[in-house]
Design a protein. Structure first.
Length: 281
């Protein structure tokens, strides 16, 4: 496990010198790894010769120091898992290493789109995410960056940043890994009590209802999803939106073709996001 920028650069230079034609893949995470991350590593190994995984609980993604401190950390377990998967480089810097000036660091901004959906509830989130993502891409200089499909807004904004800043890296999106109840595998799911878990499992059901009614238009699609959640007091719905995947702006009533249904809700004090590809008729 490498904890310094200099150490990361040195190790990558060694690997590239040993195999100049080797392709490098980057998976950026905030640790507490689960089955979804395992799928990312497997896909990265298919696409590249050298796999780099970062473990960094980015404080710029949190609303307060207390929130950042409360995020679960399992560095020993993460390191063992990545070692068992044959990951070539694990980069796990302290905050002061990657953000020596803290919140005063130069930032990448997500613009107006970073204030929609997830950004409406957490206006700091995407600027913080993109800032650290840009640092990691610049440090590692991967041929391909691999992301999970659960947070599609994140993926869209990273892809746009790569395009706008002329970064020479491909993006690979891996399908969301789901539990038997339909919920995406995540750290937060494991923190729920049984009754809250049963309530949270209604979120993917709502997305299924949206997809099943998409041929009737956006209003019917959203109404069907909302009706699935009615009467469940444990769910605090934050947004349920249908967007154009090409722009991530709200789809117009009367739109036809591929679209994306987004949902976010708080259950048992934990926040969940999910999405589903739908087809508007």
């Amino acid at each position: 496990m490498i904890s310094t920028v200099d150490g990361l650069r040195t190790r990558l230079a060694e690997l590239r010198a040993a195999a100049p034609a080797a392709r490098v893949a980057l998976i950026s995470t905030i640790g507490s790894l689960h089955d979804g991350h395992i799928d990312l590593v497997h896909r990265a190994r298919e696409l590249a010769d050298v796999v780099v995984v970062s473990l960094f609980v980015n404080p710029l993604r949190f609303g307060s120091p207390a929130e950042h401190a409360a995020y679960p950390r399992t560095p020993d377990e993460d390191e063992k898992l990545l070692e068992s998967l044959g990951v070539d480089v694990v980069f796990a810097p302290e905050t002061a290493e990657l953000l020596p000036d803290g919140a005063a660091t130069t930032k990448v901004t997500a613009g107006d789109l970073g204030l929609r959906y997830e950004g409406r509830a957490r206006p700091y989130y995407f600027d913080g995410l993109l800032t650290v993502e840009a640092k990691l891409l610049n440090l590692v200089r991967p041929d391909v960056a691999v992301y999970g499909g659960r947070d599609r807004q994140r993926v869209f904004l990273v892809q746009r940043m790569i395009r706008d800043l002329y970064l020479d890296v491909e993006v690979e999106v891996v399908q969301t890994v789901r539990r038997d109840d339909g919920l995406p595998v995540s750290t937060r799911v494991g923190m729920l009590e049984e009754r809250d878990l049963a309530a949270a499992a209604l979120l993917p059901v709502a997305l299924d209802a949206a997809a099943a009614n998409a041929d009737r238009g956006i209003d019917a699609c959203i109404a069907a999803a909302q009706s699935t959640l009615m009467g469940e007091p444990r769910i605090r719905l934050e947004y349920l939106s249908v967007v154009d995947p090409r722009t991530f702006l709200p789809a117009d009533e009367g739109s036809q073709g591929p679209a994306l249904a987004l949902i976010a809700a708080t259950v048992g004090g934990h926040r969940f996001v999910d999405n589903a590809d739908i087809y508007l008729g």
